[in-house]
Design a protein. Structure first.
Length: 326
C-alpha cells in the first residue's frame, strides 16, 4: 500500500489520544499500522478494523495497570482473555469476537517478532463458544427467478437495467465479493475464454470463469449500456454509476436488494448473500471443496467449509419435506 493510502486509514495516534494510551503502546500501534499497510498490503478498511481492535485491547490493558506504569512486555494471556470477555459481556457477536481475536493475534505475533513481547500469548486466545450463524442463501429456483426478472428489465435496453442485469449475473456466476466486482476494469475480462481476472484481499489475483448467461449480459452492457453512461470519470472501469464514475458497493447492494425483493419468500439478501448462494449451489452440484475455495479466493479451506454446513442443512430440510419415511 502506498503512503497516500496509509494516510487515509485510521490514525492510531489519534485513536490513542482519545483512549488515553501512554506513549509506548501508542507508538507500538503506530508501527503495527505501518506493518499492516506497507508490509502485508491489507486494505484500508482491514487496517482500520485491526487498529481499532488493538487500541481497544490496549486501553483495557492500561486500565488494569492501576498504580503502576503499563509496559507492553507485561501484556499476557490473562489480559487478552479479560478484554475479550468484556467485549462478550457488552454483547459482541461471535463473528465480531472472532475478528477481534484475529486482530489481537496478529498484533501479539508482530510484537513478539519485534521483541516487544517476551512471548506471544495470542495462540492461546480462544473465542467464547456459541453457535455460528449460517449464511442466508437463495434456492436455485429463487436465484433463477431473480435473474430472469433482471433480464426482463433489461429487454428495453435501458443502460441502467442492462448494467444491473450484468451485475447480478456476474455476482451469481462467479461468487466474487462486491468490492472485487466494483474494482473490475475492462482489461480484466477475457471474453474468449469467459474468465475474470479478480484482484482480491491483500492484492491476491485469481482467475474466475463465468458462464454463457453472464457472458451475454456482459456483452449487452458493454455494447449498449456502458457507452450511454460513459464519461470523463469512467476510465477503464467495467461497471459504471449513473454519473459515469466507477460503480460503488452501496449501489450494488441496492441492485441486489431490489432484484431479490421480487422473489417470493427470498427475504432480504446482500451481495454477499449471492456469493453464499453461488458457493452453496456449486457444492450441491458436485464441485469439490478445494475448487470452490479457489473460485471464492478464500485463504484457508476452513472458511469454505462453512458452505458444507449450509448444504447439509438444506439437504436435511429437503429430506424431511419429501422423503416418505422422514
Amino acid at each position: 500500500m502506498n503512503q497516500k493510502s496509509s494516510q487515509q486509514s485510521t490514525r492510531p495516534d489519534l485513536l490513542a489520544t482519545r483512549r488515553g494510551l501512554p506513549t509506548e503502546p501508542a507508538t507500538a500501534i503506530d508501527r503495527f499500522e505501518r506493518y499492516l499497510a506497507w508490509e502485508r498490503g491489507l486494505s484500508r478498511h482491514t487496517v482500520r478494523a485491526y487498529v481499532t481492535d488493538v487500541v481497544s485491547l490496549l486501553a483495557h490493558f492500561v486500565s488494569e495497570c492501576t498504580g503502576k506504569d503499563p509496559r507492553l512486555h507485561d501484556l499476557g494471556i490473562d489480559s487478552l482473555r479479560a478484554w475479550l470477555s468484556a467485549e462478550h459481556e457488552r454483547g459482541a457477536s461471535r463473528t465480531t469476537l472472532a475478528r477481534r481475536a484475529a486482530a489481537v493475534r496478529a498484533f501479539t505475533a508482530w510484537a513478539h517478532r519485534r521483541e516487544l513481547l517476551a512471548e506471544d500469548p495470542g495462540p492461546r486466545l480462544s473465542v467464547p463458544g456459541g453457535r455460528r450463524r449460517l449464511p442466508s442463501v437463495l434456492r436455485e429456483d429463487q436465484a433463477d427467478s431473480a435473474l430472469r426478472a433482471a433480464a426482463a428489465g433489461a429487454e428495453q435496453e435501458d443502460p441502467v437495467a442492462l448494467r444491473d442485469h450484468a451485475v447480478l449475473e456476474l455476482l451469481y456466476a462467479t461468487g466474487v465479493r462486491v468490492s472485487e466486482l466494483c474494482g473490475l476494469d475492462l482489461e480484466h475480462i477475457d471474453h474468449e475464454h469467459r474468465m475474470l481476472r479478480v484482484i482480491g484481499k491483500a492484492d491476491r489475483q485469481r482467475a474466475v470463469p463465468f458462464g454463457t448467461p453472464a457472458a451475454r449480459a456482459l456483452a449487452r452492457w458493454l455494447e449498449i449500456g456502458r457507452p450511454e453512461l460513459s464519461g470523463a470519470a469512467s476510465g477503464n472501469a467495467l461497471l459504471l454509476g449513473v454519473r459515469g464514475g466507477r460503480l460503488n458497493p452501496r449501489s450494488v447492494r441496492r441492485i441486489v436488494h431490489d432484484a431479490v425483493s421480487t422473489v417470493r419468500d427470498a427475504g432480504r439478501l446482500s451481495p454477499h448473500g449471492l456469493r453464499h448462494s453461488a458457493a452453496t449451489h456449486l457444492l450441491e452440484g458436485g464441485a469439490d471443496l478445494r475448487s470452490v475455495q479457489e473460485l471464492l479466493g478464500h485463504a484457508t479451506l476452513s472458511t469454505t467449509q462453512l458452505y458444507t454446513h449450509v448444504t447439509v442443512e438444506r439437504l436435511k430440510a429437503i429430506h424431511e419435506r419429501t422423503h416418505p419415511r422422514s
